[in-house]
Write a protein that binds this ligand. Structure first.
Ligand SMILES: Nc1ncnc2c1ncn2[C@@H]1O[C@H](COP(=O)(O)OP(=O)(O)O)[C@@H](O)[C@H]1O
Ligand SMILES: [Fe+2]
Length: 188
């Protein structure tokens, strides 16, 4: 799909602020793809649609998770996690995108998962560091991403877990599995 068409579709789903964020994720995902040998076109489309379901009503998302048999444990955690798998589902159903690599990059952009693909890593990190993001620790991850996508991903996942824990918030366990998988595979 052409970038302009994809952007016009997603614009109707998002607030102005979230659309600006999406443009930042798109640009960042393209440069991360170039730097790491990922598929630039898939990264562009996954980035454009990653937050497609962000503003869907909670009850609509809950129903999709139940009816489609997605991981039911999601329902016991922050509903902020739901827009990722629901987005993958709706982007296929409503937009007609059926590339599984793109859909998985959308599906896992919030929680991560054990065994993330290169495209999933690109989208996760791009979402974290796009130029519109301003929070403690983001600059360190931006610096890491210039030379090492894997280390940038580990740091962003650590930050997310620590951020939630500092607020005494529950942490969806797949994010721990993602972290353990990434640090176990490393040799240094
Ligand atoms: N493992 C987790 N458990 C609970 N909440 C999480 C987890 N990982 C991320 N979140 C929360 O989900 C929210 C949405 O994350 P994300 O999709 O990455 O960003 P965005 O707000 O740009 O859509 C964030 O508030 C984040 O803190
Ligand atoms: Fe998101």
């Amino acid at each position: 799909m052409e970038r302009s068409k994809a952007l016009s579709i997603v614009k109707g789903q998002l607030t102005e602020h979230r659309y600006e964020h999406t443009l930042g994720v798109m640009e960042t995902a393209i440069w991360l793809s170039k730097a790491n040998g990922a598929d630039e076109k898939k990264a562009e489309i996954a980035a454009i649609f990653h937050d497609y379901a962000k503003f869907r009503p909670k009850e609509e998302m809950r129903k999709i998770i139940i009816d489609q048999g997605f991981k039911q444990d999601l329902l016991g955690f922050n509903s902020e996690l739901w827009h990722a798998p629901v987005g993958a589902y709706l982007v296929e159903k409503e937009v007609g995108i059926n590339d599984h690599e793109i859909l998985d990059a959308i599906r896992f952009h919030t929680s991560g998962r054990k065994g993330m693909t290169l495209l999933e890593k690109v989208i996760y990190v791009a979402d974290y560091i796009e130029p519109g993001r301003h929070f403690p620790g983001v600059e360190e991850v931006r610096e890491l991403a210039k030379t090492n996508l894997e280390l940038a991903l580990i740091k962003s996942i650590q930050n997310t877990i620590v951020f939630l824990m500092k607020k005494n918030q529950p942490v969806y366990p797949d994010t721990f599995y993602t972290y353990n998988d990434l640090v176990t595979k490393r040799e240094d």
